[in-house]
Design a binder for this molecule. Structure first.
Ligand SMILES: [Zn+2]
Ligand SMILES: [Zn+2]
Length: 696
C-alpha cells in the first residue's frame, strides 16, 4: 500500500461481477477514462474498465485499494462506445460492468493474460508478434471496388441504393425485398460507396451459417482493383485468438468492413459510416442469457448516436420495424421484383381435412414430387421437427415416453450407428428405448407422429431412385457437415432435401422446383402472441427457396385450416396484408408494438418457491410506493408457471410487466430491478429480468 500523496488519484471502475454499481480504486499512475486496469476484488484480480477519474470516492478512503496494473496496450475506448454501454446497461437493467466487460474478446478481459507466468507482454503484443512471424501467409485483405465485377442493378435496386446514400447522417432504411430480390446487391453497392468515402461498414447477419456465403460475396466483389480493403469476421464459432484479431482489426480501423453475428454490434469502430442488419426480424439477434439485448435495436440506437445510416433488411420485417415505417420514423424501400426476373412461386394450400395421408403426405404432394423428380428437379420437404417421432407410445395402455427431469415428452431418435434412443429436446438427456412398456409390460411400443428421420426413411422407400439428404440440427452436429450437405445439394447430388428451418435461410438452390410444407399447423396455435408472425416469416422464407432461377416453382402447404389469414397472405406473397391483419390484432389486444413489456422469470427446485418469489416481486411497489412514480402506468400480471414448467429438475414461472409507455416502464424497471436484487439475495430462487422479451 502506498501513502496518499500528490500524484495519486481515485478512479471508478466497471467490473464483470453480479453486483450493481461501480467500484473505486486508487492509482499512482495516470489513467484515462476508457482504459482497462487490473484491480484486486476480494481475493481475485479482475480486469475492469475505467469510467470516471478524479471523482470523490463513494466509500471511505481507507477501504480503497490500489490498482494492480494499468493496461495501456489499447487506446482508451472512445466516448461513443461508453455511451452505448451505458445505454444498454440502463435499458436492459444490468450493472454497467457486466455489460462492458463481456463485450471485449476474452483475452482482453482476463487478468491472467497479463499477470500470469507466461504472460510476457499481454495478448495484444503476443498477437502482433505472431502476425509478424507469419506475415504474408494469411491473405486477410481483399481489394476494393471494381465495377466490372458487380452486376448491373435493376431499377428497384438502383432506387434503393440511391435512397440509402441520400441519407445525410442518421436515418433508418427498412429495406423490404421478397426473397431473391437482390437485397445483398443493394447492401454491397451502398457499402462500396461508404467505403470509398473512407468510412467503415458494420454488417450484421443473424447466424454463423450465413457468414461464409457473405464473406465470399464480399471478397469476390472487391477482389479486383488496386487499393486493398480489409474485412474482419466475428462470431461465436471463432477461437479466442481469432476473435481478438478481428476485434482489434475493426477497433484500430484496419478492417474497413466488419461482418458478424449479434456480438459484432458492440465492437468499437473509429470511422463507422453505415450499419447493415440483414434479416432484421430474425430471433437470433436477441441474446437469450446474460445481457438479453437485441442487436438490431442496439444497432439502431448506435446509428442514431453516431449519426450514421442504418439499413434493416428483410422479406418479412418485424412488426415493430414495420410499424416504425408506417409511422414515418423509418424510410421504407421496397424491392418487389426478383432480381432474376423470375415470378414468385405459386403457393397451393392442400386442404387435408378429408384426405387420407400416407406417412403424413397427401396424395397431391406425393404426385407432385414424383413429377418434379421425373423432370430432374429438386424437391424440398420442410418439416420443423427433428428426430424420428415426437413420442413413443404403448398401444395397449397408452403410456407415452416422458423425460424424468422435464415436463416434456421424449423424442425417438434413430442413430446411424447404435441403438435408437429417447431424447429430451429440453434438457438434452436421453435413455435407451425400453424393450417393453414400463407400465404394463406390453412389447408393442409404437412411434407416434413424424420427424425428419422418419420422413427421410419413408421417402427412401417411396422414391427408391432418389438421392435424399436430411439437414437438421442432428445431421449437422459435426463441424463442417452443414457446409458439406449444402454443397451436395448445390452440386445436384441430392434429389430430395428433407429439412427443418435450417434450410429456410439464405440458401439459393438453383434447381429447386417444389417445396412441400408438412406440419405448419402445429405452429399456428402456439401460445406465444408472436407465433403467427414467426410462422409467416418462416413460411415466406422457405417458400422463397422454390423456383429462384426458373419459372414454374411451386410451394404446396398441407393444412387443416386453409382459411387462416397467415396462409391466405402467404398465398399472395402479401407481407403488407399479413402485417395489417397482425397489427390490427395486436392493437386491439394492447400488445407490442403498441405496448412495452418486460418479463421476470424465476427458477427454483420447487414451483411454489418460484411462484412465491414472483408474488413478492409483484408486491414490492406497494411496500415503497413513493419510489415507484410511474406505477399507475404499469401493469403487473399474475405469476404463471411456464408451459414446460420443469426443465432439468428446475421449476420455472414468469411474471409479465406491461405498459403503454416505454419511459414509464423504464422508470418502473430501474427501481424494481434494484429492489429485485435485494430480494434475490435472500432466497434460493434464481431470477432474470428481460426487457422486450421475444418469447412469452
Ligand atoms: Zn403399456
Ligand atoms: Zn428433459
Amino acid at each position: 500500500m502506498q501513502d496518499a500523496q500528490i500524484g495519486q488519484f481515485f478512479i471508478r471502475v466497471g467490473l464483470d461481477v453480479p453486483l450493481p454499481g461501480l467500484f473505486d480504486y486508487r492509482s499512482a499512475q495516470n489513467v484515462e477514462v476508457g482504459q482497462r486496469v487490473i484491480v484486486p476484488f476480494g481475493r481475485r484480480q479482475l480486469v475492469g474498465l475505467v469510467v470516471a477519474v478524479g471523482e470523490h470516492p463513494a466509500v471511505p478512503i481507507e477501504q480503497i485499494r490500489d490498482v494492480v496494473m494499468v493496461l495501456d496496450d489499447l487506446p482508451p475506448l472512445p466516448d461513443s462506445w461508453l455511451r452505448m454501454m451505458r445505454f444498454a446497461a440502463g435499458y436492459y437493467q444490468r450493472p454497467l460492468g457486466e455489460v462492458m466487460m463481456p463485450a471485449f474478446p476474452p483475452p482482453l478481459r482476463k487478468a491472467a493474460a497479463y499477470t500470469g507466468k507466461r504472460a510476457a507482454g499481454g495478448p495484444v503484443a503476443r498477437l502482433a508478434r505472431r502476425k509478424r512471424n507469419t506475415v504474408g501467409t494469411t491473405p486477410a485483405a481483399f481489394h476494393s471496388a471494381d465495377s466490372a465485377s458487380s452486376p448491373e442493378l435493376n431499377a428497384d435496386q438502383r432506387a434503393a441504393v440511391d435512397k440509402i446514400l441520400a441519407l445525410q447522417g442518421h436515418g433508418v432504411i427498412l429495406l423490404r425485398g421478397v426473397t431473391g430480390s437482390g437485397k445483398t446487391e443493394v447492401y454491397l453497392h451502398a457499402a462500396r460507396e461508404v467505403l470509398s468515402q473512407g468510412k467503415q461498414v458494420l454488417f450484421l447477419v443473424p447466424e454463423i451459417n450465413l457468414t461464409p456465403q457473405l464473406e465470399s460475396a464480399l471478397r469476390q466483389r472487391f477482389s479486383a482493383g488496386c487499393s486493398t480493403v480489409e474485412l474482419a469476421v466475428l462470431h461465436s464459432g471463432l477461437s479466442d485468438g481469432e476473435r481478438l484479431e478481428a476485434w482489434l482489426s475493426a477497433f484500430s480501423g484496419k478492417a474497413r468492413v466488419l461482418l458478424g453475428t449479434r456480438m459484432a454490434v458492440t465492437v468499437p469502430m473509429p470511422e463507422l459510416g453505415m450499419i447493415i442488419v440483414d434479416e432484421e426480424h430474425d430471433a437470433s439477434y436477441k441474446q437469450q442469457d446474460g445481457l438479453r439485448y437485441s442487436a438490431r435495436d442496439l444497432a439502431v440506437w448506435r446509428g442514431h448516436d453516431e449519426g450514421v445510416p442504418v439499413v434493416l433488411g428483410s422479406a418479412t420485417p418485424s412488426l415493430e420495424s414495420w410499424n416504425h415505417a408506417l409511422q414515418g420514423r423509418y424510410h421504407e424501400v421496397v424491392l418487389n421484383r426478383r432480381a432474376r426476373d423470375v415470378a414468385l412461386p405459386v403457393v397451393r394450400l392442400v386442404d387435408t381435412r378429408r384426405l387420407r395421408l400416407e406417412q403424413g403426405f397427401s396424395p397431391q404432394i406425393l404426385e407432385a414430387m414424383n413429377e418434379r423428380l421425373q423432370q430432374g428437379e429438386q424437391v424440398l420437404v420442410f418439416i420443423n421437427r427433428r428426430g424420428y417421432a415426437p413420442v413413443l407410445s404403448c398401444t395397449s395402455c397408452g403410456w407415452v415416453s416422458q423425460c424424468s427431469r422435464c415436463t416434456a415428452y421424449t423424442v425417438l431418435h434413430r442413430g446411424r450407428t447404435g441403438a435408437p434412443r429417447l431424447q429430451c429436446h429440453h434438457c438434452g438427456g436421453y435413455v435407451q428405448v425400453p424393450r417393453a412398456c414400463p407400465e404394463c409390460g406390453d412389447q408393442d411400443l409404437k412411434p407416434m407422429g413424424r420427424g425428419t428421420q422418419r420422413i427421410e426413411e419413408f421417402l427412401a422407400d417411396r422414391f427408391p431412385e432418389a438421392r435424399i439428404a436430411r439437414i437438421d440440427a442432428d445431421s449437422t452436429r459435426l463441424k463442417g457437415s452443414a457446409e458439406r450437405l449444402f454443397a451436395q445439394v448445390h452440386s445436384g447430388e441430392v434429389d430430395i432435401l428433407v429439412g427443418t428451418q435450417m434450410v429456410a435461410k439464405g440458401h439459393d438452390f438453383a434447381n429447386l422446383g417444389l417445396v412441400a410444407v408438412l406440419n405448419a399447423d402445429s405452429m399456428l396455435f402456439a401460445h406465444d402472441f408472436r407465433a403467427p408472425e414467426r410462422l409467416f416469416a418462416q413460411l415466406m422464407q422457405v417458400a422463397g427457396r422454390a423456383g429462384r432461377h426458373k419459372e414454374g416453382g411451386v410451394v404446396m402447404l398441407q393444412t387443416d385450416y386453409p382459411d387462416q389469414p397467415v396462409y391466405r397472405a402467404l398465398q399472395k406473397h402479401d407481407y403488407p396484408g399479413f402485417a395489417r391483419y397482425a397489427l390490427d390484432e395486436r392493437r386491439s389486444l394492447g400488445l407490442p408494438p403498441f405496448a412495452y413489456q418486460a418479463l421476470l422469470m424465476a427458477e427454483g427446485r420447487e414451483l411454489v418457491q418460484a411462484i412465491e418469489f414472483l408474488h413478492t416481486a409483484r408486491n414490492l411497489p406497494e411496500l415503497n410506493p413513493a419510489a415507484y412514480t410511474t406505477r399507475e402506468h404499469v401493469m403487473l400480471y399474475d405469476p404463471v408457471p411456464l408451459r414446460v414448467v420443469r426443465v432439468a429438475n428446475v421449476e420455472r414461472a414468469q411474471l409479465l410487466v406491461e405498459s403503454p409507455s416505454r419511459p414509464a416502464l423504464q422508470r418502473f424497471l430501474a427501481q424494481w430491478s434494484a429492489d429485485l436484487f435485494a430480494l434475490g439475495r435472500e432466497g434460493r430462487v434464481r431470477y432474470s429480468l428481460e426487457v422486450d422479451p421475444f418469447e412469452i
